[in-house]
Design a binder for this molecule. Structure first.
Ligand code: SF4
Length: 66
């Protein structure tokens, strides 16, 4: 499971890194970032799903692992 984040859509509400701090971080201005390569670590799947479902801008999504 891997996530991606579209910085052009992100408005910095911060829900992603609050719900899934092992998957998302924040930049200096509070916008969301993907930690590392975006691969969701074991145990963080539920938080990642909640983050994707709760992003008000639909800026984050799951992508198929290649
Ligand atoms: S929840 Fe969505 S809009 Fe908010 S910081 Fe995360 S990616 Fe950006």
């Amino acid at each position: 499971m891997r996530v991606r984040l579209d910085p052009g859509l992100c408005q910095g509400h911060g829900r992603c890194y609050e719900l899934a701090p092992d998957v998302f971080g924040e930049d200096d201005e509070g916008y969301g970032t993907v930690l590392g390569d975006g691969v969701v670590p074991p145990g963080a799947e539920q938080g990642a799903k909640r983050a994707v479902a709760n992003c008000p801008e639909r800026a984050i999504a799951f992508e198929a692992e290649g």
